[in-house]
Design a binder for this molecule. Structure first.
Ligand code: PMP
Length: 440
């Protein structure tokens, strides 16, 4: 594996060294797929990436999820070029495609009656939490176990349940997370207890859920979990926020809320929303709640403020509108989902044949490949905690080694543990990938 990096990635290595001098850690994302150094890509097309040294990879990272149509989709690219010729990327004023994109999302997601576009998923989650607090006049937020909802102070990754490891983020005053609580996925009794206790001290503003389960289904939830959370929210007058940054449009045009048949009050979107172009963030939801973003109008002068110089810029809106239109036309979620199923079946066969300590599971195009230990980490027991920490460290090391091995075999994944499939993943691509996984 290391010979591959030494001999065939000299251009990437040079660039990684230059990056390290001017970029902390030489990377913009602190993830395990940078071992022994990040590979620099120069071309992207459909299911494949090509690096600066001319090596070709099957792209299962999908930039972290947004490129459901495959990389650099030509129809979307052509529309972006047209727009750039007409008005450039931004005017700061209303543009036709801002309206078209919002209409399209509202049409496919019945719970989204109105939409406000923002710069990223992180911003959109922050805005949704603020809206929920403004609407309910309450402060407590309950999020469901260990999920990543962006890097805002109140929700940042690393704010873990007892026993799942220490904080990964510093520079956050304790007070910032004072009103954020966590609850294990699938534990409805614990959620009810928290809602009950919070009722005695002002009440819960919102329950924040990734509808497939934390980390978009790494720890899956039961089929009726979301419906039960919906019922609890209604009982306690809390808003239900679905973080569909990963699942929106990828699970289907109606998102995971369509799949589970549950209507949240607020929906957070990102990633696929802009088809891989920047500005992937939006809050959608009930008109009455969303109107608090306006403030001063109607019966209330309460206002939840959000902003963003480049929010709703025409470049991102045109890309998002055409990417989603194309996703709908081509039934991209279902096609990518079948590729995900094929990959999962093939990986499972490899795991079984070789007796590897792995589990593989998917919902459509979101495939999880985990060492079996990961699911056992949720524990408050100190002895188990020690063991869990030890395992977490060993697992991190193994993930780095595996990440490097995948790269050397022409596979790009999200830290070796998440695989996104796309519309571009034909049976041939998946079978080619399975041979490579088998070699790894
Ligand atoms: N929520 C979820 C569920 C996510 O997966 C992510 C990003 N991976 C975010 C929020 C944050 O989105 P962004 O990276 O666009 O800020």
């Amino acid at each position: 594996v290391m010979r591959y990096f030494d001999e065939r990635c000299t251009g990437s290595k040079r660039m990684a060294e230059a990056a390290k001098r001017v970029i902390p850690g030489g990377v913009q994302h602190n993830l395990a797929f940078n071992h022994p150094f990040p590979i620099a890509m120069s071309r992207a097309e459909g299911a494949h990436l090509t690096d600066v040294d001319g090596n070709r990879y099957i792209d299962f990272l999908q930039a972290g999820g947004p490129t459901l149509l495959g990389s650099n989709h030509p129809a979307v690219r052509a529309k972006v070029h047209e727009l750039l010729d007409e008005c450039g990327p931004v005017t700061g004023l209303l543009h036709e495609y801002e309206v078209k994109l919002a209409e399209l999302v509202c049409q496919h997601m019945p719970a989204v009656e109105m939409l406000r576009l923002l710069g990223s998923g992180t911003e959109a989650v922050m805005g949704a939490v603020r809206l929920a607090r403004a609407y309910t006049k309450r402060k407590w937020i309950i999020k469901v176990g260990g999920a990543y909802h962006g890097w805002s102070d109140q929700l940042v990754y690393g704010m873990r349940l007892p026993g799942t490891g220490r904080m990964e983020a510093t520079g956050i005053p304790r007070g910032s997370t004072a009103f954020t609580q966590e609850c294990h996925p699938n534990d409805l009794d614990a959620l009810r207890r928290k809602l009950l206790i919070n009722r005695l001290r002002g009440g819960t503003a919102a329950v924040l859920v990734e509808p497939l389960g934390p980390e978009s289904g790494t720890r899956p939830v039961h089929r009726d979990y979301n419906a039960q959370v919906r019922r609890l929210c209604d009982e306690f007058g809390a808003l239900l926020i679905f973080d569909e940054v990963v699942t929106g449009f990828r699970v289907g045009m109606g998102g995971a809320q369509g799949y589970f048949g549950v209507k949240p009050d607020l929906t957070v979107l990102g990633k696929c929303l802009a088809g891989g172009y920047p500005m992937a963030g939006a809050i959608g939801g009930r008109r009455e709640v969303m109107m608090l973003l306006v403030g001063g109008i109607g019966t209330t002068s309460r206002r939840a403020f959000v902003g963003g110089t480049l929010s709703a810029n025409p470049l991102s809106c045109v890309a998002g509108y055409h990417a989603l239109t194309e996703a709908h036309r081509s039934n991209a979620a279902a096609v990518a989902g079948r590729a995900g199923d094929r990959l999962r079946r093939g990986l499972d066969a490899i795991i079984q044949r070789l007796g590897l300590p792995y589990v593989v599971y998917n919902l459509g195009s979101i495939v999880h490949l985990q060492t079996s230990g990961v699911l056992l980490l949720d524990t408050g027991n100190p002895l188990k905690l020690f063991k869990a920490r030890h395992e977490a460290k060993a697992r991190k090391h193994m993930m780095e080694e595996m990440g490097a091995a995948y790269t050397a075999h022409g596979l790009v994944t999200l830290a070796g543990s998440r695989i996104y499939t796309s519309l571009a993943d034909t049976d041939e691509v998946i079978d080619d990938a399975l041979n490579r996984f088998d070699d790894v």
